[in-house]
Design a binder for this molecule. Structure first.
Ligand SMILES: [Zn+2]
Length: 429
Protein backbone atom coordinates (compact mmCIF):
# COMPACT_ATOMS: atom_id res chain seq x y z
CA UNK A 1 0.00 0.00 0.00
CA UNK A 2 1.32 3.44 -0.93
CA UNK A 3 2.28 5.66 2.01
CA UNK A 4 2.54 9.32 2.98
CA UNK A 5 5.83 10.83 4.18
CA UNK A 6 6.63 14.39 5.21
CA UNK A 7 9.40 16.69 3.98
CA UNK A 8 9.74 19.90 5.92
CA UNK A 9 11.11 22.85 3.94
CA UNK A 10 11.16 25.51 6.68
CA UNK A 11 14.95 25.78 6.49
CA UNK A 12 14.83 26.38 2.73
CA UNK A 13 11.46 27.76 1.62
CA UNK A 14 10.59 29.23 5.03
CA UNK A 15 13.80 31.23 5.31
CA UNK A 16 13.33 32.51 1.74
CA UNK A 17 10.30 34.49 2.96
CA UNK A 18 11.03 38.17 2.40
CA UNK A 19 12.05 40.03 5.53
CA UNK A 20 12.59 37.12 7.94
CA UNK A 21 15.47 34.75 8.61
CA UNK A 22 16.87 32.18 11.00
CA UNK A 23 20.34 32.04 12.56
CA UNK A 24 22.28 28.84 11.87
CA UNK A 25 21.78 27.68 15.47
CA UNK A 26 18.03 28.20 15.05
CA UNK A 27 17.99 26.25 11.77
CA UNK A 28 19.81 23.48 13.62
CA UNK A 29 17.21 23.46 16.38
CA UNK A 30 14.44 23.22 13.76
CA UNK A 31 16.15 20.10 12.38
CA UNK A 32 16.50 18.74 15.92
CA UNK A 33 12.77 19.19 16.63
CA UNK A 34 11.81 17.77 13.21
CA UNK A 35 13.86 14.69 14.10
CA UNK A 36 11.89 14.37 17.34
CA UNK A 37 8.62 14.90 15.48
CA UNK A 38 9.56 11.98 13.25
CA UNK A 39 9.11 13.49 9.78
CA UNK A 40 11.04 11.81 6.98
CA UNK A 41 13.24 14.64 5.76
CA UNK A 42 14.35 18.22 6.28
CA UNK A 43 15.34 20.32 3.31
CA UNK A 44 17.97 21.94 5.46
CA UNK A 45 19.38 24.58 3.17
CA UNK A 46 21.55 25.55 0.24
CA UNK A 47 24.83 23.65 -0.27
CA UNK A 48 25.89 26.08 -3.01
CA UNK A 49 25.74 29.13 -0.73
CA UNK A 50 29.04 29.63 1.08
CA UNK A 51 27.66 30.59 4.50
CA UNK A 52 25.51 27.45 4.69
CA UNK A 53 28.47 25.09 4.42
CA UNK A 54 29.60 24.79 8.05
CA UNK A 55 26.00 24.71 9.25
CA UNK A 56 25.25 21.83 6.85
CA UNK A 57 28.38 19.89 7.78
CA UNK A 58 27.78 20.38 11.51
CA UNK A 59 24.19 19.16 11.11
CA UNK A 60 25.34 16.10 9.18
CA UNK A 61 27.75 15.35 12.06
CA UNK A 62 24.94 15.81 14.59
CA UNK A 63 22.75 13.46 12.54
CA UNK A 64 25.52 10.84 12.47
CA UNK A 65 25.67 11.10 16.27
CA UNK A 66 21.95 10.37 16.50
CA UNK A 67 20.80 13.88 17.47
CA UNK A 68 18.28 14.10 14.60
CA UNK A 69 16.65 10.69 15.05
CA UNK A 70 16.04 9.15 11.63
CA UNK A 71 15.64 12.53 9.89
CA UNK A 72 17.12 12.64 6.39
CA UNK A 73 19.00 15.90 5.69
CA UNK A 74 18.73 17.06 2.10
CA UNK A 75 19.98 20.13 0.25
CA UNK A 76 18.39 22.21 -2.49
CA UNK A 77 20.10 23.49 -5.63
CA UNK A 78 19.35 24.21 -9.26
CA UNK A 79 19.12 21.29 -11.69
CA UNK A 80 22.42 22.05 -13.40
CA UNK A 81 25.64 20.04 -13.57
CA UNK A 82 27.47 23.11 -12.25
CA UNK A 83 25.31 23.35 -9.11
CA UNK A 84 25.45 19.61 -8.46
CA UNK A 85 29.24 19.62 -8.68
CA UNK A 86 29.44 22.64 -6.39
CA UNK A 87 27.11 21.01 -3.84
CA UNK A 88 29.11 17.79 -3.88
CA UNK A 89 32.42 19.67 -3.52
CA UNK A 90 31.23 21.97 -0.76
CA UNK A 91 29.38 19.49 1.48
CA UNK A 92 29.06 15.79 2.23
CA UNK A 93 25.29 15.79 1.67
CA UNK A 94 23.98 12.48 0.33
CA UNK A 95 20.52 13.71 -0.63
CA UNK A 96 19.70 16.53 -3.05
CA UNK A 97 16.65 18.11 -4.63
CA UNK A 98 17.32 19.71 -8.00
CA UNK A 99 14.99 22.44 -9.21
CA UNK A 100 14.12 23.76 -12.68
CA UNK A 101 11.06 25.55 -14.07
CA UNK A 102 8.85 23.51 -16.41
CA UNK A 103 6.02 25.88 -17.41
CA UNK A 104 6.07 27.75 -20.72
CA UNK A 105 5.60 30.95 -18.72
CA UNK A 106 8.75 30.43 -16.68
CA UNK A 107 10.88 28.82 -19.40
CA UNK A 108 10.30 31.86 -21.58
CA UNK A 109 9.95 34.37 -18.77
CA UNK A 110 13.20 33.35 -17.05
CA UNK A 111 15.40 32.00 -19.83
CA UNK A 112 14.20 34.38 -22.57
CA UNK A 113 14.91 31.93 -25.40
CA UNK A 114 18.35 30.80 -24.20
CA UNK A 115 16.88 27.47 -23.05
CA UNK A 116 13.80 25.81 -24.57
CA UNK A 117 11.53 23.09 -23.19
CA UNK A 118 13.61 20.32 -24.76
CA UNK A 119 16.83 21.69 -23.26
CA UNK A 120 15.17 21.91 -19.83
CA UNK A 121 14.76 18.13 -19.91
CA UNK A 122 18.24 17.52 -21.35
CA UNK A 123 19.90 19.70 -18.72
CA UNK A 124 17.86 18.16 -15.89
CA UNK A 125 18.82 14.65 -17.02
CA UNK A 126 22.52 15.64 -17.09
CA UNK A 127 22.25 17.09 -13.58
CA UNK A 128 20.53 13.97 -12.20
CA UNK A 129 23.11 11.70 -13.81
CA UNK A 130 25.95 13.83 -12.47
CA UNK A 131 24.48 13.62 -8.97
CA UNK A 132 24.09 9.85 -9.18
CA UNK A 133 27.64 9.46 -10.54
CA UNK A 134 28.91 11.55 -7.64
CA UNK A 135 27.32 9.13 -5.17
CA UNK A 136 24.22 11.10 -4.18
CA UNK A 137 21.86 8.49 -2.73
CA UNK A 138 18.52 10.13 -3.38
CA UNK A 139 17.76 12.76 -5.98
CA UNK A 140 14.45 14.58 -6.06
CA UNK A 141 13.62 16.59 -9.17
CA UNK A 142 11.55 19.72 -8.61
CA UNK A 143 9.28 20.82 -11.44
CA UNK A 144 8.97 24.50 -10.57
CA UNK A 145 5.59 25.92 -11.64
CA UNK A 146 4.34 22.38 -12.37
CA UNK A 147 0.77 23.57 -11.80
CA UNK A 148 1.00 25.84 -14.87
CA UNK A 149 2.88 23.26 -16.96
CA UNK A 150 1.20 21.52 -19.89
CA UNK A 151 0.44 18.05 -18.55
CA UNK A 152 1.83 16.10 -21.51
CA UNK A 153 5.18 17.89 -21.14
CA UNK A 154 5.18 17.37 -17.37
CA UNK A 155 4.70 13.62 -17.89
CA UNK A 156 7.59 13.59 -20.36
CA UNK A 157 9.72 15.51 -17.84
CA UNK A 158 8.81 13.11 -15.00
CA UNK A 159 9.55 10.05 -17.15
CA UNK A 160 12.96 11.47 -18.12
CA UNK A 161 13.75 12.18 -14.45
CA UNK A 162 12.79 8.65 -13.49
CA UNK A 163 14.81 7.12 -16.34
CA UNK A 164 17.85 9.19 -15.33
CA UNK A 165 17.70 7.70 -11.82
CA UNK A 166 15.74 10.30 -9.81
CA UNK A 167 13.81 8.91 -6.85
CA UNK A 168 11.03 11.51 -6.67
CA UNK A 169 9.29 14.22 -8.65
CA UNK A 170 8.26 17.42 -6.84
CA UNK A 171 4.99 18.88 -8.12
CA UNK A 172 5.39 22.58 -7.29
CA UNK A 173 2.34 24.78 -7.18
CA UNK A 174 4.77 27.66 -7.12
CA UNK A 175 2.30 30.53 -7.43
CA UNK A 176 -0.55 28.86 -5.51
CA UNK A 177 -2.98 28.64 -8.42
CA UNK A 178 -4.21 25.09 -7.75
CA UNK A 179 -7.61 23.97 -6.48
CA UNK A 180 -8.27 20.60 -4.79
CA UNK A 181 -10.34 19.20 -7.67
CA UNK A 182 -7.88 20.28 -10.36
CA UNK A 183 -4.73 19.05 -8.60
CA UNK A 184 -6.42 15.74 -7.86
CA UNK A 185 -7.05 15.07 -11.56
CA UNK A 186 -3.54 16.10 -12.62
CA UNK A 187 -1.78 14.02 -9.96
CA UNK A 188 -3.87 10.98 -10.89
CA UNK A 189 -2.57 11.26 -14.48
CA UNK A 190 1.01 12.13 -13.49
CA UNK A 191 1.18 9.17 -11.10
CA UNK A 192 0.96 6.83 -14.10
CA UNK A 193 4.68 7.53 -14.64
CA UNK A 194 5.22 5.46 -11.50
CA UNK A 195 7.62 7.80 -9.67
CA UNK A 196 6.89 8.88 -6.06
CA UNK A 197 5.50 12.42 -6.02
CA UNK A 198 6.21 15.33 -3.70
CA UNK A 199 3.35 17.78 -3.17
CA UNK A 200 4.66 21.34 -2.81
CA UNK A 201 1.81 23.84 -2.59
CA UNK A 202 1.81 27.55 -1.86
CA UNK A 203 -0.99 29.38 -0.14
CA UNK A 204 -1.73 32.38 -2.35
CA UNK A 205 -5.44 31.48 -2.53
CA UNK A 206 -5.59 30.06 1.00
CA UNK A 207 -5.85 26.46 -0.24
CA UNK A 208 -2.31 25.13 0.31
CA UNK A 209 -3.25 22.48 2.88
CA UNK A 210 -6.39 21.41 0.96
CA UNK A 211 -4.48 21.17 -2.32
CA UNK A 212 -1.63 19.25 -0.70
CA UNK A 213 -3.96 16.73 0.86
CA UNK A 214 -6.09 16.36 -2.29
CA UNK A 215 -2.98 15.74 -4.37
CA UNK A 216 -1.58 13.32 -1.80
CA UNK A 217 -4.80 11.32 -1.76
CA UNK A 218 -4.81 11.13 -5.56
CA UNK A 219 -1.22 9.84 -5.60
CA UNK A 220 -2.02 7.21 -2.96
CA UNK A 221 -5.10 6.04 -4.86
CA UNK A 222 -2.94 5.72 -7.98
CA UNK A 223 -0.55 3.54 -5.99
CA UNK A 224 2.51 5.79 -5.63
CA UNK A 225 4.13 7.01 -2.42
CA UNK A 226 3.67 10.69 -1.74
CA UNK A 227 5.92 13.13 0.14
CA UNK A 228 4.04 16.10 1.58
CA UNK A 229 6.14 19.28 1.52
CA UNK A 230 5.28 21.74 4.29
CA UNK A 231 6.73 24.34 6.63
CA UNK A 232 6.36 24.92 10.34
CA UNK A 233 3.53 27.43 10.88
CA UNK A 234 2.95 27.57 7.11
CA UNK A 235 5.66 30.16 6.46
CA UNK A 236 7.23 30.49 3.03
CA UNK A 237 7.43 32.68 -0.04
CA UNK A 238 4.63 35.32 -0.18
CA UNK A 239 1.47 33.82 1.42
CA UNK A 240 3.47 30.82 2.58
CA UNK A 241 3.17 27.10 2.17
CA UNK A 242 1.10 24.24 3.49
CA UNK A 243 1.39 24.21 7.29
CA UNK A 244 3.15 21.05 8.46
CA UNK A 245 1.04 20.46 11.55
CA UNK A 246 -2.23 21.09 9.68
CA UNK A 247 -1.24 18.49 7.07
CA UNK A 248 -0.41 15.92 9.75
CA UNK A 249 -3.62 16.62 11.67
CA UNK A 250 -5.69 16.42 8.48
CA UNK A 251 -4.22 13.03 7.64
CA UNK A 252 -4.83 11.83 11.20
CA UNK A 253 -8.33 13.20 11.83
CA UNK A 254 -10.20 14.34 8.71
CA UNK A 255 -13.04 12.38 7.11
CA UNK A 256 -11.86 9.74 4.62
CA UNK A 257 -8.23 10.29 5.72
CA UNK A 258 -7.83 9.48 9.42
CA UNK A 259 -7.36 5.75 9.85
CA UNK A 260 -7.57 5.16 6.10
CA UNK A 261 -4.32 6.72 4.89
CA UNK A 262 -1.10 4.99 5.87
CA UNK A 263 1.62 7.25 7.24
CA UNK A 264 5.13 6.10 6.39
CA UNK A 265 6.72 8.19 9.18
CA UNK A 266 6.50 7.49 12.91
CA UNK A 267 5.10 10.86 13.97
CA UNK A 268 5.33 11.88 17.63
CA UNK A 269 3.05 14.90 17.93
CA UNK A 270 4.08 15.64 21.52
CA UNK A 271 6.87 17.89 20.19
CA UNK A 272 4.54 19.80 17.78
CA UNK A 273 3.60 22.67 20.11
CA UNK A 274 7.21 23.28 21.17
CA UNK A 275 8.34 23.29 17.53
CA UNK A 276 5.62 25.75 16.51
CA UNK A 277 6.45 28.11 19.39
CA UNK A 278 10.18 27.81 18.79
CA UNK A 279 9.85 28.73 15.11
CA UNK A 280 7.45 31.61 15.88
CA UNK A 281 9.92 32.99 18.43
CA UNK A 282 12.99 32.48 16.23
CA UNK A 283 11.40 34.25 13.26
CA UNK A 284 9.96 36.95 15.54
CA UNK A 285 6.45 36.21 14.21
CA UNK A 286 3.87 35.52 16.95
CA UNK A 287 1.57 32.58 16.27
CA UNK A 288 -1.88 33.70 15.08
CA UNK A 289 -4.39 32.93 17.84
CA UNK A 290 -6.32 30.65 15.48
CA UNK A 291 -3.28 28.72 14.18
CA UNK A 292 -4.51 25.10 13.83
CA UNK A 293 -3.49 23.00 16.80
CA UNK A 294 -1.23 25.50 18.52
CA UNK A 295 -2.88 28.97 18.47
CA UNK A 296 -3.98 30.54 21.78
CA UNK A 297 -7.70 30.25 21.01
CA UNK A 298 -7.72 26.70 19.64
CA UNK A 299 -8.59 25.19 23.02
CA UNK A 300 -10.34 28.27 24.48
CA UNK A 301 -14.12 28.39 24.99
CA UNK A 302 -16.17 31.35 26.22
CA UNK A 303 -19.64 31.56 24.75
CA UNK A 304 -22.32 30.03 26.97
CA UNK A 305 -23.35 27.05 24.87
CA UNK A 306 -19.77 26.13 23.92
CA UNK A 307 -18.30 26.44 27.44
CA UNK A 308 -21.16 24.42 28.86
CA UNK A 309 -20.76 21.79 26.14
CA UNK A 310 -16.99 21.42 26.62
CA UNK A 311 -17.31 21.23 30.41
CA UNK A 312 -19.75 18.33 29.98
CA UNK A 313 -17.65 16.53 27.37
CA UNK A 314 -14.71 18.15 25.55
CA UNK A 315 -15.55 16.07 22.43
CA UNK A 316 -18.62 18.26 21.94
CA UNK A 317 -16.37 21.00 20.53
CA UNK A 318 -12.82 19.65 20.30
CA UNK A 319 -11.51 17.28 17.65
CA UNK A 320 -8.43 16.16 19.61
CA UNK A 321 -6.90 16.58 23.08
CA UNK A 322 -4.74 19.56 24.04
CA UNK A 323 -2.12 17.17 25.44
CA UNK A 324 -1.69 15.45 22.09
CA UNK A 325 0.62 18.23 20.87
CA UNK A 326 2.77 18.40 24.02
CA UNK A 327 3.96 21.42 26.03
CA UNK A 328 4.96 24.78 24.57
CA UNK A 329 7.53 25.85 27.14
CA UNK A 330 10.99 26.70 25.79
CA UNK A 331 12.74 28.15 28.85
CA UNK A 332 12.63 27.06 32.49
CA UNK A 333 12.47 30.43 34.25
CA UNK A 334 11.61 30.17 37.97
CA UNK A 335 9.34 32.68 39.74
CA UNK A 336 11.13 35.50 41.54
CA UNK A 337 14.86 36.15 41.04
CA UNK A 338 16.12 35.10 37.62
CA UNK A 339 19.72 34.46 36.55
CA UNK A 340 20.35 34.16 32.83
CA UNK A 341 23.45 33.58 30.74
CA UNK A 342 24.47 34.90 27.34
CA UNK A 343 26.70 37.22 25.34
CA UNK A 344 28.06 39.09 28.39
CA UNK A 345 27.64 36.35 31.01
CA UNK A 346 30.28 34.87 33.31
CA UNK A 347 31.11 31.50 34.85
CA UNK A 348 28.98 31.71 38.01
CA UNK A 349 25.82 32.60 36.11
CA UNK A 350 26.54 29.94 33.51
CA UNK A 351 26.97 27.21 36.13
CA UNK A 352 23.77 28.27 37.87
CA UNK A 353 21.71 28.27 34.66
CA UNK A 354 23.03 24.86 33.60
CA UNK A 355 22.39 23.37 37.06
CA UNK A 356 18.73 24.39 36.65
CA UNK A 357 18.52 22.17 33.55
CA UNK A 358 20.46 19.31 35.13
CA UNK A 359 23.94 19.80 33.65
CA UNK A 360 27.04 20.03 35.88
CA UNK A 361 30.42 20.77 34.30
CA UNK A 362 33.39 18.49 34.96
CA UNK A 363 35.85 21.31 35.62
CA UNK A 364 36.57 24.96 34.97
CA UNK A 365 38.19 24.25 31.62
CA UNK A 366 34.97 22.71 30.34
CA UNK A 367 32.84 25.48 31.86
CA UNK A 368 34.98 28.14 30.15
CA UNK A 369 34.70 26.35 26.81
CA UNK A 370 30.91 26.21 27.10
CA UNK A 371 30.73 29.84 28.30
CA UNK A 372 32.59 30.92 25.18
CA UNK A 373 30.13 29.05 22.99
CA UNK A 374 27.13 30.40 24.90
CA UNK A 375 28.44 33.94 24.45
CA UNK A 376 28.98 33.34 20.74
CA UNK A 377 25.59 31.66 20.29
CA UNK A 378 23.77 34.53 21.99
CA UNK A 379 25.73 37.10 19.98
CA UNK A 380 24.69 35.07 16.92
CA UNK A 381 20.94 34.74 17.65
CA UNK A 382 20.49 37.98 19.65
CA UNK A 383 17.82 36.18 21.65
CA UNK A 384 17.90 34.61 25.12
CA UNK A 385 18.99 31.01 24.64
CA UNK A 386 16.34 28.35 25.21
CA UNK A 387 16.84 25.28 27.41
CA UNK A 388 17.23 23.00 24.40
CA UNK A 389 19.75 25.35 22.78
CA UNK A 390 21.81 25.39 25.99
CA UNK A 391 21.67 21.58 26.17
CA UNK A 392 22.78 21.21 22.53
CA UNK A 393 25.72 23.58 23.17
CA UNK A 394 26.85 21.63 26.26
CA UNK A 395 26.50 18.18 24.70
CA UNK A 396 27.87 18.89 21.22
CA UNK A 397 30.34 21.79 21.56
CA UNK A 398 32.43 20.81 18.52
CA UNK A 399 29.45 20.79 16.16
CA UNK A 400 28.04 24.02 17.63
CA UNK A 401 31.43 25.70 17.21
CA UNK A 402 31.45 24.60 13.59
CA UNK A 403 27.96 25.85 12.76
CA UNK A 404 28.69 29.20 14.41
CA UNK A 405 31.70 29.76 12.16
CA UNK A 406 31.75 30.68 8.48
CA UNK A 407 34.12 29.38 5.82
CA UNK A 408 35.45 32.01 3.49
CA UNK A 409 35.27 29.96 0.30
CA UNK A 410 35.45 32.94 -2.03
CA UNK A 411 37.79 34.63 -2.45
CA UNK A 412 40.46 32.04 -1.77
CA UNK A 413 43.23 33.60 0.28
CA UNK A 414 46.72 32.65 -0.94
CA UNK A 415 45.42 29.39 -2.37
CA UNK A 416 44.08 28.24 0.99
CA UNK A 417 40.58 28.21 2.29
CA UNK A 418 40.26 30.21 5.48
CA UNK A 419 37.72 30.16 8.24
CA UNK A 420 36.26 33.24 9.84
CA UNK A 421 35.96 32.39 13.51
CA UNK A 422 33.98 34.21 16.14
CA UNK A 423 36.22 36.15 18.54
CA UNK A 424 38.05 34.02 21.08
CA UNK A 425 37.06 30.63 19.72
CA UNK A 426 39.74 28.00 19.73
CA UNK A 427 39.96 25.87 16.61
CA UNK A 428 37.21 24.82 14.31
CA UNK A 429 36.11 21.57 16.00
ZN1 LIG B 1 8.06 26.76 -2.50
Amino acid sequence: MAKVHFIDVTNRDGVQTAGISLAKLQKTMVNYYLGQLGVYQSELGFPCIWHERNYIEANLELARRGVMGSLVLEGWCRATVEDVEKAVRATSLQHLNLSVPTSAQMIWGKFAGRVDAKMVITNMVSAVRRAKDAGILTVGVNAEDASRTELGYLIEFAQAAKDAGAQRLRYCDTIGIESPMHICNRIKTLAKVGIPIEMHCHNDLGMAVGNTIAGAKAALEAGVDVYVNATVNGLGERAGQADLLSCILALEFAHELGGEVELGDRIDLTVARRLAHYVARAFGLPLPMNQPGVGASVFAHESGIHADGVLKDRRNYELFDYDLLGPAKLCSAPDGRVITTGEYGGLAGLRHVYEQIGIIFEDTVQARQILELVQAANAHTQMPLTDDELILIARYPDQVRKLLSFPLVEPVVRGRETTLEFAGAAGNG
